[in-house]
Write a protein that binds this ligand. Sequence first.
Ligand code: PBG
Length: 334
Amino acid sequence: MMAGRFPLARPRRNRIDDFTRRLVAENTLGINNLIWPIFFMEGTNTVTEVSSMPGVHRVTLDKLAAHVEPAAKLGIPALALFPITPTEARDENGTEATNPDNLMCRAARLLKKEFPEVGLIGDVALDPYTSHGHDGLIENGYVVNDPSVTILSQQAVNQAAAGVDIIAPSDMMDGRIEAIRRDLDGNGLINTRIMSYAAKYASAFYGPFRDALGSGGMLKGDKKTYQMDPANSDEALREVEMDIAEGADMVMVKPGLPYLDIIRRVKDEFHVPTFAYQVSGEYAMLMAAIRNGWLDHERAVMESLLAFRRAGANGILTYFAIEAAERIRASFGQ
Ligand code: PBG
């Protein structure tokens, strides 16, 4: 052995140039891993930016096809649909959620017609429709479980009948996956998939989303009696296990970056398609720093998305989906 030639093992060899780094890369981010959440509203000829989410827009239905076209062209597999219900259509019981001609259903029909190959994911929860901004029905100041599940299930069937491919219950009521599965099947919708927001935390990071929907100011109290405590992780596994047993086809962890440990535990334990939601507050944080010149836009966004893949996520719901897909496509030289 030659003196002074230490060490023999040098991990830096595999980092020495671009081709070697590419060869040894353990994870990749592709366009197929992206889901784009979109916001739409009543009215015509209007596009407004969400002030706390620069670059994220709400569009009227007549503008929706043009809004979505880039996603379809880029091959983004699915969209997550979020309707902005006018205040006058909201009530205590979220009745508008089950109206077959509500904004959500009209958007789903329009998008299925224009872009039949693009998957549509429908959020199931009452908060876009209730005057109090909660995800379920309120009795004596408490969000009641079983009566909420009944209406949520009707909401899910209503959406699926309008063309939503994947029902995504984000309400965190107990037993709702089983109820929704039974009602979908009972209505002949046996192939409508369910992506359960299985581990959804009572998080501060949803603030800008509630601004986007206009439900922020309405929300009375918080959602801690149904969304999970950020202190917990074993409980997330229990929620996921129950949702899979009840018939969920895919599960989701939400929020994203602060909860990568949960994604990893879920993936290791259950081996089911697992998604992460990089939520509005995460988008707002990144964009605020990017806008201040404190973070490099491309590098920060792409690193944040790759981190989800490393944690085990199959896909990511992200407001960065379009720009990420454009960057991925550009890096393939297309
Ligand atoms: C509705 C719902 C919320 C989000 C997705 N679906 C808000 C909430 O639970 O209050 C948040 C998404 C985001 O912050 O980007 N239940």
